[in-house]
Design a protein around this ligand. Structure first.
Ligand SMILES: [Zn+2]
Length: 318
């Protein structure tokens, strides 16, 4: 079948809606953060090992180490211009970036200072053609208490580019009901809500999470593919699913990338948004994800264009 080249794919305006700031730190970013004379909290010799993790646990350790290397709020801001340049080259016009704020609050950093450091980079990003928003991502196993300050901070910085809250972490750890009052409060403040589901959780767990929290977009929802009724439900509700093929594979959730159920999502009419998740750790780019989806599943140029359009349509851009 006729396939589009990477430069064709780069020309489509698109959005990355599932991208973790801490998971997008490349080795070059670390060298930028720690020029000669600034002492890193982890020795430079250990950095390459961060990108060679094994499985889910290994990934969590690597992610935690990357967080540690963000020592002060300004470090978060310093990452943004380089990230934006990379996105702009791929035709990304809109990025909704997760920040794992509870992790940094627990490390003793001030949430306001982190948000101000990243939000002030938005106007420069816009000049490069990339519209940036941020989602404050909770850690499920830490419970509702750890997410609560995020709702308050998101409300305070809503006008400046914080879009809302998310829920990530260990899906099997806490029942969704615990977070329901916070999600309701977020909606009352006109904040957006998203969550990671079905990476490991069963279709029943996905349904339970949806009922309790009513998120506006789902991260992964991989196992929804096991249940055609659930897929039809996602389609009828127009609930976008953020699909990160390389990430799911590198986490050991798929034997090979071609095992991703993307075609099943599309057959059922689920709005699919291709995404990178943690591009530095998964060694991928959004363009790479588009090229891979096209190649693995033989998607037509019309379908590829529709996926790019779907990503923009599923964004929280006004
Ligand atoms: Zn994620």
């Amino acid at each position: 079948m006729n396939q589009l080249s990477r430069s064709d794919l780069a020309r489509f305006p698109k959005a990355d809606l599932h991208l973790h700031l801490e998971g997008a730190i490349l080795p070059g970013d670390l060298r930028m953060l720690y020029p000669r004379g600034r002492r890193p909290p982890l020795p430079r010799s250990t950095w390459p090992a961060l990108y060679r993790f094994n499985g889910f646990r290994g990934f969590l350790r690597a992610f935690a180490a990357a967080c540690q290397l963000l020592q002060e709020p300004a470090d978060f801001g310093r990452l943004i211009p380089r990230l934006v340049s990379r996105l702009a080259r791929q035709g990304v016009r809109r990025a909704e970036v997760f920040v794992s704020l509870p992790v940094h609050l627990r490390r003793g950093l001030r949430g306001e200072s982190i948000l101000e450091a990243i939000l002030e980079k938005r106007s420069a990003a816009r000049r490069k053609g990339v519209d940036l928003g941020f989602i404050l991502d909770g850690v499920r196993q830490w419970g509702a208490e750890a997410l609560e300050p995020c709702v308050e901070l998101a409300r305070r910085y809503r006008e400046q580019g914080v879009l809302g809250i998310g829920l990530g972490g260990d899906e099997s750890s806490r029942r969704p009901d615990e977070f329901a009052p916070l999600f309701r409060r977020a909606r009352r403040f006109d904040l957006h809500t998203v969550m990671h589901v079905g990476e490991i959780g069963s279709p029943e767990a996905i349904e339970r999470d949806l009922r309790a929290l009513e998120p506006q977009r789902l991260g992964h929802a991989l196992r929804a593919a096991e249940d055609p009724v659930l897929l039809d439900h996602l389609a009828s509700k127009c609930l976008p699913v953020e699909v990160a093929i390389t990430g799911n594979w590198r986490m050991g959730l798929l034997r090979r990338p071609a095992d991703h159920p993307l075609p099943r999502f599309l057959e059922h009419g689920v709005p699919v948004v291709l995404a990178t998740d943690d591009p530095a750790f998964f060694r991928t780019t959004l363009l790479g994800e588009y090229a891979q989806a096209q190649r693995l599943f033989g998607l037509s140029p019309t379908r590829m264009r529709a996926l790019a359009r779907q990503s923009l349509r599923s964004s929280f851009a006004p």
